[in-house]
Ligand binder design. Structure first.
Ligand code: SF4
Length: 227
C-alpha cells in the first residue's frame, strides 16, 4: 500500500504507523473537501455567534473567560463534536487546542482533512470548572445552540469525539466502547454519526489509537457512501 508522505507523517503522529501496514489505504482523500453551499445564511450564523457570546442560560457563564462557539468551515461536510472547553480553550476561545487539539488535527489529516475544512464544536460552549463533566441541566440549556449549528452546517457526517459528546449527542448512556463501529444518526435528521475516543484520552491511553484509526476509517467509509 502507499500513502503520501504527509499522510504517513500524521499517522505516525497518531502512533499507528505500524498498524497502518494492515489497514486499507484512505485513497481519494481529496474528495472529502466540502463544496460551498449557496444556501448558507452567514448573517444568521453571526447572529447565533453573538447570542452564544452573551449567553447566561446556565451557571457556567459565571466562570468563563469567553464562550467557545466553534471553529472551522461552517459549510463543512464534516462536523466534529467534542465535550466542552477546557482551560486553554476557554483562554483562546477555540475548541481542541493544546496537545489534544494537535492530536485531533493529526487524526483529521490522516483521512485527508485539514482542520480548516471541518467545523469543530462542543456540546457546551462554556468551560465547566475543573474540567468536570457537564451537568444534565447545562447540556439541556446549551443543546439548542448545537442543534441550530448542525441544522445550519448541514454536515454529511458527524464525528462525536469522546464519551460525553457521544452520549449527549445521541441521548444514550451506552458505554463508548460499545458505540464505536456503529452508524448512528443525529436526532431524526438522517445525518450519520460515528463515535470515537477523545484525543485527550488517547494521549493517556496510546494503545487505543489503533481503535481511533479504525473509527476514522469507518467514518470515511460512511461519508463516501453518502455521496
Ligand atoms: S454553557 Fe451554553 S447555555 Fe450555559 S452559559 Fe454557556 S452558552 Fe449558555
Amino acid at each position: 500500500m502507499s500513502l503520501n508522505p504527509l499522510q504517513q507523517y500524521y499517522l505516525q503522529q497518531m502512533g499507528i504507523n505500524v498498524y497502518l501496514q494492515r489497514m486499507e489505504k484512505p485513497d481519494n482523500t481529496d474528495d472529502v473537501v466540502a463544496e460551498p453551499s449557496s444556501t448558507f445564511d452567514s448573517v444568521a450564523w453571526e447572529t447565533l455567534r453573538r447570542e452564544v457570546a452573551t449567553c447566561g442560560k446556565c451557571e457556567l457563564y459565571k466562570g468563563r473567560t469567553q464562550t467557545v462557539f466553534g471553529v472551522g468551515n461552517p459549510q463543512a461536510d464534516w462536523l466534529i463534536i467534542g465535550e466542552a472547553p477546557g482551560a486553554e480553550e476557554d483562554r483562546q476561545g477555540e475548541p481542541f487546542v493544546g496537545r489534544a487539539g494537535k492530536l485531533l488535527n493529526a487524526m483529521l489529516l490522516a483521512i485527508g482533512l485539514q482542520r480548516e475544512e471541518v467545523f469543530i464544536a462542543n456540546i457546551l460552549k462554556c468551560r465547566p470548572p475543573n474540567n468536570r463533566d457537564p451537568r444534565p441541566e447545562e447540556v439541556a440549556s446549551c443543546k439548542n445552540y448545537l442543534r441550530i449549528q448542525i441544522e445550519m452546517v448541514q454536515p454529511r457526517i458527524i464525528l462525536a469525539v469522546g464519551r460525553v459528546a457521544a452520549q449527549n449527542l445521541l441521548e444514550t448512556d451506552t458505554p463508548i466502547g460499545r458505540m464505536r463501529g456503529q452508524r448512528y444518526q443525529y436526532a431524526d435528521t438522517g445525518i450519520p454519526v460515528v463515535v470515537t475516543y477523545h484525543p485527550a484520552y488517547l494521549l493517556r491511553s496510546p494503545g487505543e489509537k489503533r481503535k481511533a484509526w479504525q473509527d476514522l476509517q469507518t467514518a470515511l467509509k460512511i461519508y463516501r457512501e453518502s455521496e
